[in-house]
Design a protein around this ligand. Structure first.
Ligand code: NCD
Length: 331
């Protein structure tokens, strides 16, 4: 494993499988009465969020706390960043406080890479989403969810996703989830098809290791998992499709469309969902939709990433001691 996690493309097949297997061990900790391990006791992790987030921020915080790290939350709103402070100055301030890892979400593609390679800080850097570029822990938690559902919780250990057919639908141009997933799923041997209006596909998509289709109905029967993505309105500066109704009609997943999927196939969504746009409430609330499961799996996956980046070896839940300090002591 490298020292930082900047892009899903940096992970080898062995790295990815090690993270997914470690995440399964971490998930066992969630089944215990005390869901806490002493592993990162005395280590400090900063969550540096320059962009809005619900799931990712809370999920990282939960993962850090379950590993007993000291957690500092920083959001750009209400900080000196709104007074014009640069990323460099913010980073050096954190360095001066002695942090061991920085989890960063930033609107600019490449910000985590800059932070990791600039020499401003010594800490391990984990990308929690940068612009339209990458969101590697999302890809890992998605792969974890697919492996569990499509291969099996125990049967999946040590396995990749060879031959699994994954369809990703929606705003590929402005999103970072599709890009990260294509990279990781390719490394894990899955066959990926992207479905989107031509206007929501990036230039150079031909070189991505996946198929492209404009026909959702034709792709659904050949999918083991269908991942619906949000249209990223906040990143759009033009009209990319005629109307929302027209978009939903062609690229939205409703009950009728879901019925075209094979019986074992799952519907995935990284959140936030815009019900009525890319997914109907009927599909979002159905048993086949793993959106909530993905959130739970996100905590285990991020625990695994933090554990491995901050120097852990093979993790064995059975023999790991529980954290000895209780909530009262922490106060
Ligand atoms: C995604 C993101 O922020 O890239 N959400 C997430 O991390 N769960 C996708 C989105 O915003 O649509």
């Amino acid at each position: 494993m490298q020292r930082h996690l900047i892009s899903a493309a940096d992970l080898t097949r062995d790295d990815a499988i090690q993270i997914l297997d470690t995440a399964e061990e971490m998930a066992r900790v969630a089944d215990r009465p005390i869901k806490k391990l002493p592993t990162l006791r005395g280590r400090t992790v900063v969550n540096l969020f320059f962009e809005d987030s619900t799931r990712t921020r809370i999920s990282f915080e939960a993962a850090e706390k379950r590993l007993s790290a000291d957690v500092i939350n920083f959001s750009a709103k209400g900080s000196s960043v709104s007074k014009g402070e640069s990323l460099k100055d913010t980073a050096q301030t954190l360095e001066a406080m002695g942090v061991d890892a920085v989890v960063i979400r930033h609107g600019a593609s490449g910000a985590p890479y800059r932070l990791a390679n600039s020499g401003w800080i010594d800490a391990a850097v984990i990308n929690a989403g940068d612009g339209t570029h990458q969101h590697p822990t999302q890809a890992l938690l998605d792969a974890f969810t697919m492996r569990r559902r499509l291969v099996g919780r125990d049967a999946g250990l040590g396995q990749d996703l060879a031959g699994k057919r994954i369809t990703i639908v929606g705003d590929i141009l402005h999103g970072r989830v599709a890009r990260s997933n294509v990279d990781l799923l390719h490394t894990l041997g899955a066959e990926v098809t992207l479905v989107a209006p031509p206007t929501l596909l990036p230039v150079g998509i031909e070189s991505w290791p996946c198929e492209i289709s404009y026909d959702l109905d034709a792709t659904l029967p050949k999918s083991d998992a269908v991942m619906m993505l949000r249209v990223q309105r906040e990143r759009m500066n033009a009209a990319f499709f005629p109307t929302e109704r027209e978009y939903s009609r062609r690229y939205g997943l409703d009950g009728d469309r879901m019925a075209r999927m094979p019986e074992h196939a799952i519907v995935m969504h990284p959140g936030p969902m815009v019900r009525g746009m890319e997914i109907t409430a009927e599909v979002a609330d159905s048993d086949r939709c793993t959106a909530i499961e993905q959130v739970a799996n996100g905590v285990s996956t991020r625990m695994a990433v933090l554990y491995l980046l901050l120097g852990g070896a093979v993790f064995d839940a059975k023999n790991a001691p529980a954290a000895t300090h209780t909530r009262t002591e922490e106060k």
